[in-house]
Design a protein. Structure first.
Length: 388
């Protein structure tokens, strides 16, 4: 007896589809028109900059109240409504809130802290160009960001209008790149380069694409985290004309892994961009292997590669975020072998004063016994391998 005909059911849900379902909460902006809320310009124009504005979103602690006033002349506050709505209104230790709201510990400068921790100014042949490595340069194109992250390594410049990259400075930087054939890799950074208009970004990347010896451009942006609406179809279409462009972004915690952010990353991947994440290890935010693993698994579902786990720099005003190096090594050990190698980033210290990136790995007990190397795997089991 034949089986009765069946009515086709709904298509099976693909793995990861839940990442893009729904929308993040809007908090006090629940009544804002959808067209405004998803307009990146509206988000920029309505950023939280004052205590009174912040009080609409969270209940500030006494320390946060004092810190907002005390840090205003050092590193201003600016938070997009989108990112502010991700904060826990009742918890000052909320990982999103810690990254966005000033803290009194920012006033503490420890011995060894540096205004320019990476020595970028010392490797600056012309304003706005840092040429530290043989074949690549950092091209500083703006001082502005949607959110002024409290752990920023460039607090000396970001948010300061005096550090704005003028047209003349951008022209000097472009001329330097054109005149140095050893430069094959350009990191476009700031601030956040996506703070520039579509036309300026298109022109800048177009000019770099015309330099014969420039083989690739890296666009360093936190907009997928703090303002995903900036990545419009129109902008992505214009940028993809200048491939190869590698997009490096900066997710630090699962609360930032929203449906809007997922759609943003998938749009970039669908357009052919190679997308990678550069996480910074932050005390009280992501100094836990389970948190790092959760973020990295989510990133991979959006086709974004977990690339770096950075030890927090020796920048002035961020010492309260720094963890012991041993914490980063333990996180790496907890990832390596226990999850996909693609979910295990490189753990690096950017050496103070411009020494460059130094990779760190856990101790796996490597030693030599005559003509044999002895080492451990991720489970602590011992193995031997010919040394020569």
């Amino acid at each position: 007896m034949s089986a009765p005909p069946t009515t086709p059911g709904p298509p099976a849900q693909r793995r990861g589809d839940l990442d893009v379902q729904g929308c993040s909460p809007r908090g006090p902006w629940a009544d804002v028109d959808e067209r405004d809320w998803t307009d990146w310009r509206w988000q920029q124009q309505h950023r939280i900059r004052t205590l009174r504005q912040l009080e609409r979103v969270v209940d500030p602690s006494p320390g946060e109240v004092r810190a907002i006033e005390a840090t205003a002349d050092r590193f201003r506050m600016a938070i997009t409504p989108y990112y502010a709505a991700l904060m826990d209104p009742d918890d000052p230790e909320c990982p999103v809130r810690r990254q966005a709201v000033p803290h009194l510990d920012e006033l503490t400068v420890r011995e060894g802290d540096l205004a320019d921790p990476l020595g970028e100014e010392g490797y600056m042949p012309v304003p706005g160009i840092t040429h530290r490595y043989p074949d690549r340069v950092l091209y500083y194109v703006t001082h502005n960001c949607p959110v002024y992250c409290r752990h920023c390594t460039r607090k000396r410049k970001v948010a300061d209008p005096r550090s704005a990259a003028s047209h003349d400075q951008l022209d000097l930087g472009m001329a330097y790149i054109q005149d140095h054939p050893e430069v094959r890799d350009v990191l476009v950074s700031g601030g956040d380069p996506l703070s520039l208009s579509d036309d300026r970004l298109d022109a800048l990347l177009g000019a770099l694409a015309q330099v014969p010896h420039v083989e690739m451009v890296r666009l360093c942006t936190r907009n997928p985290v703090t303002l995903p609406f900036r990545l419009t179809e129109a902008l992505v279409s214009r940028l993809r004309a200048h491939q190869p462009v590698f997009v490096h972004t900066h997710f630090n915690h699962p609360r930032e892994c929203t449906p809007e952010a997922a759609r943003c990353l998938r749009m970039l991947a669908d357009a052919g961009f190679s997308v990678a994440n550069q996480m910074v290890l932050l005390r009280g935010v992501n100094d836990d292997a389970d948190v790092v693993r959760e973020v990295n698994h989510w990133l991979l579902r959006q086709r974004c590669r977990p690339y770096y786990l950075f030890q927090a720099d020796l920048a002035e005003g961020i010492s309260h975020f720094r963890t012991p190096v041993a914490v980063g090594l333990e996180i790496l050990r907890a990832l390596r072998g226990h999850t996909s190698g693609m979910a295990s980033p490189h753990y690096v210290i950017d050496a103070p004063g411009g020494g460059g990136k130094i990779p760190l790995v856990p101790d796996y007990g490597l030693r030599r016994e005559q003509d044999t190397l002895v080492f451990e795997n991720y489970l602590g089991q011992t193995y031997r391998y010919p040394a020569d």
